[in-house]
Design a protein around this ligand. Sequence first.
Ligand SMILES: Nc1ncnc2c1ncn2[C@@H]1O[C@H](COP(=O)(O)OP(=O)(O)O)[C@@H](O)[C@H]1O
Ligand SMILES: [Mg+2]
Length: 307
Amino acid sequence: MIRADRLTRAFGTRVAVDALTFEAQPGEILGLLGPNGAGKTTTLRMLAGIIAPTSGTASVAGIDPGQHLERIHEHIGFLTESPGFYERLSAARNLAYFAAFYPNLDVANAVRASLRTMGLLDRAHDKVGTFSKGMKQKLALARTLLHQPEVLFLDEPTSGLDPEAAKNLRELILQLKGEGRTILLSTHNLSEAEAICDRIGVFQTRLVALDTTEALRDRQFAPQVRVEIRNMTNDLIAAISAEVFVNTASRDLQDPSTLIVSLQDIDRDRPKLVSRLVSLGAEVLQVREDERSLEDVYLSLVREDTP
Ligand SMILES: Nc1ncnc2c1ncn2[C@@H]1O[C@H](COP(=O)(O)OP(=O)(O)O)[C@@H](O)[C@H]1O
Ligand SMILES: [Mg+2]
C-alpha cells in the first residue's frame, strides 16, 4: 500500500506539491487527476524515491522511499511518461536488459511472464522499432512488471494513444488491480479517471478532493431531472417546489417549457415527481436525468479552489 503524509516538494520558491496526504490500498486504483503542471509527476517521483520531498513523509509497501532507495525498487514498478527502448533490439531483449538490474531474478522466466501478461508473447522476438505506440506502451507496462512489484506508479499511461489502444491498456491495468496490486495512476484525462479509478484525487498542487467518482458527483451536485411540460404555469412550479422531496424547482431560462427539478434521491423521487405533476394537471412530454459529468465536478472543484 501507499501512504503519503503532508508530502511537500518545492523547486526553488515554487511549490509543486503542497502537503499531500492520502492512502491507497492493495487492489485499488487511485487516480491523481489534474491539469498539466499540477504536480502529478513530482508526486510519483517522490513516492518512488527518485526525488526527495522538501517535507512530509511517505510509506510505500511499508518502506520509506526517502530512506531505502535500493529496497523500494524491489517493490515498485514505475511507468514513466516517455519510456525509452532500444528500437533495434527485440521486445524480449529489451526486457532482459532491464530485468538484469534486479538481483535474484530469473530473467528468462520474468521476461516471458511479463510479455504473456501484456499479451505480447507472440511478438517477443520482433524489434521494438516495428511496434505501434500502443504496443510500446504495453511493453513499457511489461517492463514495470518484471519483478512482480506490489505497488505500481503509472504516469499518464494512455496519453498519446488512440482510443482503441487506450481502452486496451486500461483493461490490462484493471487486470493488474485484480491481482491485488496497489496502483497510483496520474492522468489529466477525466473520462479515463472515471473509467478505471476506484477513487479520484482531484489535484492541483494541493489535493482539492479525494473520493469515489459517485461521491464526488454527489458532493458537488444534487441530482437533477429535466421535465418538459406542454402547459407550464407558475402555479405548477410553486406546487412542485413545495413538495418535501424536492430541493428546488425552476424553469429553464433557455427553454421555458422545461422544468429543472433538483431531487433528494433520484431513483426514489423521480416516480413521485411524475405522478405529482400528472395529478396537478401537467402534460408531461419528457423526463430525463440531467447528467453531470465528472468534468463538471472537476471544473467546479478546481474553480472553487482558485482564490
Ligand atoms: N526538476 C524540476 N525543476 C524545477 N521545476 C520542476 C521540476 N520538476 C517539476 N517542476 C515544476 O513543478 C510543477 C509540477 O510539475 P509536474 O509534477 O511535472 O506536473 P504534472 O506531472 O502534473 O504535469 C511545474 O510547475 C513544473 O514546472
Ligand atoms: Mg507529468
